[in-house]
Each structure stands twice: as C-alpha cells, then as structure tokens.
Design a protein around this ligand. Structure first.
Ligand SMILES: C[S@@+](CC[C@H](N)C(=O)[O-])C[C@H]1O[C@@H](n2cnc3c(N)ncnc32)[C@H](O)[C@@H]1O
Length: 312
C-alpha cells in the first residue's frame, strides 16, 4: 500500500502560512513528509520549518523526500529535522533557540508504511514479530513484552479503554492462560488467542489498536504536546490536528476545551480575559466522499484547528 496523506491541503491550509511575515512551522508527525512538502512549498527563505518524528526510519524517508522536493529551489526555509516524540516539543525548540512558533500540525497515529513493513508487528494479517514500537531505537519494550508483563486486570483495562473491545475480559484471560504455557512472540499467535476467546473477527483490529496505544503511550504524548504547543504559540498562531479514531479525537477535543473558555468576572458578569484558544471551524473538518473513495484509510479522519487569541 502506498502512503497517501489524508486531508493534505486542508491540514496545511489550517496553519494560515503568511506570504509576508515570518512563519515558524512545526510538523510534529513528519511521517513520509507529504504534508510537510505542501507546507514547505508555501514557505519563504526567511521562514523556519521544524519536522519531528518518533520513528527514525520514517524521519530518514521524509528527509529524502523533502530534499528531492526542494532540489534546485533556493527560496526554501531553514529546515531542522528531529528524531523524538512531539511530547518534548519545548525542549527541541529551546535547543534551537526558538521561543515561539506560528503554527504546528499533527497527523497522529501510524503511517500506512508501519502496517506494510513486515517486521514492525503493527499488522495482524500475517505472522510477524509482535513489536509495535514507534521508535525501535529509543524504546526497549515491545508489544510482546507488554502482554507478558501486565496483570490480567491491567490487560483487561487496556483492551477496554483503548480498544473499546466488548470481549476484553475473555481475551485478557486467554492471554494470561496462554502465556503460562509458552511465550507469545508473534502477531499470528496473538490473533489465534484473540479469535479463540472472542469468536469475533473484528476483535484483532481493536486489540492491536489498544496494545499499540498503550505501548507507545500515544494519548499521554498527544495531551502533553498539545498543552505545550498552546504555550509556545505566538499570538494568532494555529494548531491543526488530524486524528484517526474517536478516542484520539476525544483527547484532542478535551485538551483544547481547557483553553476555549473566557474567564468571566462572577460579580459583573463581564469577560475578564478572553479564552486562550478559539476554534477556527465550529465542527471538525472531514474528508470528502471523493477522498474516502480514493483512500479508505481517511474514512474516520477528523481535522480540528484552533487559533491562539490571548496570552497563556
Ligand atoms: C500518519 S503518519 C504522518 C504522515 C505525514 N503527515 C505525511 O504526510 O506523510 C504519523 C507519523 O507520526 C509519527 N508519530 C507518532 N507518534 C509520535 C510522537 N509522539 N512524536 C512524533 N512522531 C510521532 C509516526 O511515527 C508516523 O510517522
């Protein structure tokens, strides 16, 4: 499967890149760099672009694609590429001596290349090592380690909270019973355990999603990064986020909601301080029918854009 980026123009348009003033733009999830190329195409020589990915293999691919895209163009922005989680966005910017940014975009989750690479263990379709780490350099724990180190109750919680798996109880029990007999090290072994305990063909997709989210601490990283991004945004700066399922979208929506309320004087009823963030679109932006047809993976994507309107 070739990676096609979702809501490509809409995500970048959300950043409101200015043709006149300096833009300092962060792509927090470079992936293969397709959204980044659209953003860089709108930027000027005096702008700064910072690309981050937790996966060093994707980071290297994105760099190559962006280099190819910008070859021969001498009005490209100053570019920096960082391997690490977007949760540490503040530290990366401090290192670059950058104190505020005009826009940051996120396209969270896995890239289709993660599913295509046999040895990454994100896909349950074939019998591959049960890995699922976004960062094979910096992380030691794999999904196989995870299912051996958590209690039955913890596994149940993970499957329930991050997979919304109706048969979580039976699957957690089956995993614990199976691991007593022999280690579970491949995706195929896990799929067999899931299917034999849930009798539901849809369970593997939900269980794999849940394990991936827990292993990579995806929601905690998103929340931490968005909180920091709000602080780092310059006045009128924008955050644009694409999420891929309802649980992920909830984290984004709830984190933004903390900054979307005016501070009201309870005596006068007047606004003391306007909300830090305002929504650019009332409702999230969804892919068109045409995009969904061309790229079924975009089906559940939602794009939220906010703008900073007061100090924080
Ligand atoms: C859907 S892809 C992004 C695709 C990209 N927008 C493009 O156009 O090619 C998501 C990327 O985010 C990365 N990622 C996931 N969690 C991350 C995190 N906490 N920090 C940085 N990158 C992360 C993944 O490794 C993956 O490469």
């Amino acid at each position: 499967m070739h990676h096609i980026s979702v809501l490509r123009d809409e995500l970048v348009a959300g950043l409101n890149i200015s043709p006149d003033s300096q833009n300092i733009i962060v792509d927090a999830t470079l992936g293969l760099g397709w959204h980044a190329c659209v953003a860089i195409g709108k930027m000027k020589k005096w702008d700064i672009f910072i690309g981050i990915d937790r996966d060093s293999e994707n980071l290297a691919r994105a760099k190559a694609i962006i280099e190819e895209f910008t070859k021969g163009n001498n009005s490209i922005p100053d570019m920096h590429f960082i391997h690490g989680s977007f949760a540490q966005i503040d530290a990366y910017l401090t290192e670059l001596h950058i104190s505020s940014i005009t826009g940051i975009m996120y396209d969270v989750g896995v890239s289709s290349i993660h599913f295509d690479e046999w040895d990454r263990g994100f896909s349950f379709r074939l019998d591959w090592p049960l890995d699922m780490r976004f960062d094979r350099v910096g992380m030691e724990e794999t999904a196989s380690h995870l299912i051996h180190s958590r209690s039955e109750r913890e596994l149940f919680r993970i499957l329930k909270d991050y997979g919304e798996e109706p048969k979580a109880f039976f699957i957690a029990k089956a995993i614990v019973d199976a691991r007593k007999k022999s280690p579970i090290t491949t995706t195929g072994e896990l799929v067999q355990i899931i299917e034999q305990s849930s009798f539901d063909k849809k369970s593997p997709v939900r269980v794999f999603q849940a394990l991936r989210i827990e292993l990579n601490q995806e929601f905690a990283h998103i929340e931490e990064s968005l909180q920091k991004a709000v602080r780092l945004l310059a006045p009128n700066g924008r955050i644009a986020v694409i999420s891929f399922h309802s649980l992920e979208d909830r984290v984004v929506k709830q984190t933004f909601a903390q900054f979307e309320k005016d501070e009201i004087d309870d005596f006068t009823g007047q606004t003391k301080k306007p909300a830090v963030l305002k929504r650019v679109n009332k409702k999230p932006i969804l892919p068109t029918e045409e995009e969904i047809q061309n790229n079924p993976r975009s089906r559940s994507a939602k794009l939220r854009i906010v703008q900073k309107q007061s100090d924080y």
